[in-house]
Design a protein around this ligand. Structure first.
Ligand code: FES
Length: 150
């Protein structure tokens, strides 16, 4: 009985992820860097045109992104994109991280189906906004106390 249920579950999983790369599926099912950083140096929350929201938190030391985390209420592709963009940002200089694009996220994920490419854009845009927040507040950290948190 349980093997029959396992087969059904496996078939449903296959149907659900048809058209997605192994990397996308891996990052959706085992997302990296999930959750908030309490004393983040940079934070942004962005809502895409589809209505999904992503938040990204950054810890920066000596001009290097030491930690990058995310949260989202979006779909599996959005989770993959948030996981990947935070992986790409970690260890980069702030200016290198700022230059990470939607295409970089798509390339690292092995692509996304046409209907999901905007998930990579949301991830790249949220990272950029979090870096702008870091740059805006790094000399006036007290401003972070007034940030709206998702
Ligand atoms: Fe909207 Fe993924 S479906 S960001």
């Amino acid at each position: 009985m349980s093997s029959e249920l396992d087969e059904i579950a496996s078939e449903l999983q296959k149907q659900m992820w048809a058209g997605y790369s192994e990397t996308v599926i891996d990052h959706a099912q085992n997302p990296r860097n999930v959750g908030a950083i309490y004393d983040a140096d940079g934070f942004a929350s962005v809502t895409g045109p589809c209505g999904d929201t992503m938040g990204i938190w950054l810890k920066v030391r000596d001009g290097i992104v030491r930690q990058a985390t995310f949260g989202t209420d979006g779909c599996g592709a959005t989770v993959s994109a948030g996981s990947m963009v935070t992986e790409l940002a970690k260890g980069k200089t702030v200016s290198e991280a700022y230059r990470i694009t939607q295409q970089d996220v798509l390339d690292a994920l092995g692509g996304l189906p046409e209907e999901s490419v905007h998930c990579a854009l949301l991830a790249a845009n949220t990272l950029k906004a979090a870096i702008r927040d870091y740059l805006d507040t790094r000399n006036e950290p007290w401003k972070r106390a007034y940030r709206r948190v998702v």
